[in-house]
Design a protein around this ligand. Sequence first.
Ligand code: TXA
Ligand code: MG
Length: 320
Amino acid sequence: MAEIGSDVEKAASLLMQGELVAVPTETVYGLAGNAIDVNVVAKIFAVKNRPEFDPLIVHVPSLRNADTFVKEIPKKAERLAQLFWPGPLTLLLQKKNDLIPPLVTAGLSTIGVRSPDHPLTRKLLTALPFPLAAPSANPFGYVSPTSPQHVNDQLGDKISYILDGGVCEVGIESTIVGFTATEQAVIHRLGGLSLERITAVLGEVDVLTHSTSNPSAPGQLKSHYAPGKKLVIGKIEELLQVHPAHSSGILTFSQDYHSQYQRILSPGGNMEEAAKNLFLFLREFDTMPIDIILTELLPEEGLGRAINDRLTRAASVDNN
Ligand code: TXA
Ligand code: MG
């Protein structure tokens, strides 16, 4: 198992030596390594068992730190970074050279850049002379980790150190925003920064929906973010007529079904609280003696959109 501790200097020194370290962010834990060393980047793909067509996000202390590897930054990107960085927002910016190896970006002409909002990881990024490539610290296709224990459970035998920053505040991955040739903003992944907060600044933006093949962001693959148990979405009352309560997990937004295997995302109906609990609860269902998870969609507003996106993808996995 990996060592879990909050020693930023130790994490920095391991990263300087080309090791991988799991790091906390406000969204989910990342599996971090030196983004400019192709051998380290290759290790990230290997540890996650991630296909090389799925690009990694590069983490920087601030937008200025991206100047060495991205071309001129669109005005709208600049504006979003000003308002929402550090925070749960990834910007897809044009690469200007191969300082960040093509393996990181899966050969794409854009690079996903994010400045995460967690004090330990910010300290780490500031101390290091290179940016950190960091996908979510889970095996490819599985639910993202929101605590050091989640990382240890799945990747503990493959990495030596997990920087302990507690439970992730936001709990759902960053919102990914790209830009067209005419600098129109396009949302590639709904996430921890709500659509409403982005449209309040930029006006209407397109949202790419997920697909089953040839996605523009492979994390957009429809079957992704899946727990080990089969998950179905519908009206809980109706689902309970088909699936017996004694062998079903129930995941609701706020309603209580008084079932033994139930998790309520937010009894008070708060989207932020629901997002923070989502991945923890999906993991908990995996340890329960149930055959299936019954769940419902949340209202399509605020973080509810991103939560619904993850639930819909989890439901489209065939893992009977
Ligand atoms: O909140 C987050 O974004 C977390 C934390 C650790 O920062 N990271 C994360 O990384 O969720 P990952 O690798 O699990 O998901 C990154 C997503 C993938 O779906 C990938 O396809 C997409 O970002 N992505 C990265 N670079 C891209 C690019 N240049 N163009 C399109 N999609 C990109
Ligand atoms: Mg991921």
